[in-house]
Design a protein around this ligand. Structure first.
Ligand code: NAD
Length: 249
């Protein structure tokens, strides 16, 4: 896909995380100038360094805070020249039986995983509308389709992302902007390390998947780069599973 995103500018939120490694590197290798945005600047800087085959800068922002998101979008516009692609990817995923979830935790999960996607889309939209095209890619999760004990607030937020994706696709379609969701299965990042029994989890995942290898951040990056490219210009409102043939929805 080298060159397919030449001249485009991409924001990747949660840009310091595990899947962001593959997303930022693939978008940058495809020619986009990328901003890896994370609440931890240190983590974003690590990912930006990994994306060394192209241009990737690290920025600090909290996606649940409107002022922080708006300032980040302005910096991207002034430093990289505009916004063409937004990958909404930042999320938190506390593991707890549902009866132990406190109201504060529920609100925090929704603030980062759902409101954060909305705030970033709102901040990126004026630049996309001005350019007459854009790509919004929302990272959801297989857990919405199959249910996953211990993550009631997280899974609820991921289901909401699919409604958000479909409705926003209708709202911004007339501006030439596509909105799609990527729904990853299980990938070996920090998100997985919260599980208490890693060996059992690995076994369970490989049993469930049709393909008997673990997915990589690059697999997700390739899908994001495709959805961001001109080749995907007639695809919008969709949720694409990337799970090695697990849920098949
Ligand atoms: N890894 C998996 O198996 C898996 C499966 C399904 C879905 N997902 C989804 O993929 C996305 C990335 O997950 P990951 O596995 O890379 O997790 P991760 O924890 O490695 O990365 C998430 C990143 O988001 C950042 N972040 C958290 N709160 C933030 C905030 N308020 N503002 C800005 N940044 C914030 C964290 O610092 C972290 O760097 C998430 O949306 C997750 O739900 C992951």
């Amino acid at each position: 896909m080298a060159g397919s995103l030449e001249g485009r500018v991409a924001i990747v939120t949660g840009g310091g995380g595990g899947l962001a490694e593959g997303i930022c590197a693939t978008l940058a290798a495809s020619g986009a100038a990328v901003a890896a945005v994370d609440r931890s600047l240190e983590k974003a800087e690590r990912v930006a360094q990994l994306a060394s085959s192209g241009r990737c800068i690290a920025l600090e922002a909290d996606v649940s805070d409107k002022a922080s998101v708006d300032a980040m979008a302005q910096r991207v516009i002034s430093e990289l020249g505009g916004i063409d692609i937004l990958v909404n990817n930042a999320a938190i995923y506390p593991l707890r039986p549902w009866t132990e979830i406190e109201e504060e935790e529920w609100d925090r999960v929704m603030a980062v995983n759902l409101k954060g996607y909305f705030l970033c889309a709102r901040a990126a939209y004026p630049s996309m509308r001005e350019r007459g095209k854009g790509r919004i890619i929302n990272v959801a999760s297989i857990t919405f389709f199959i249910g996953w004990s211990g993550f009631l607030d997280y899974v609820s937020s991921k289901g909401a992302i699919i409604g958000f994706t479909r409705t926003l696709a209708r709202e911004v379609g007339p501006d030439g902007i596509t909105v799609n969701a990527i729904s990853p299965g299980a990938f070996p990042t920090d998100a997985e390390r919260v599980h208490p029994d890693q060996e059992a989890l690995n076994r369970r995942i490989l049993e469930q998947q049709s393909l008997k290898r673990r997915g990589t951040p690059e697999d997700v990056g390739n899908l994001a780069a495709f959805l961001a490219s001109d080749a995907a210009s007639f695809i919008t409102g969709q949720t694409i599973m990337i799970d090695g043939g697990w849920a098949m929805h």
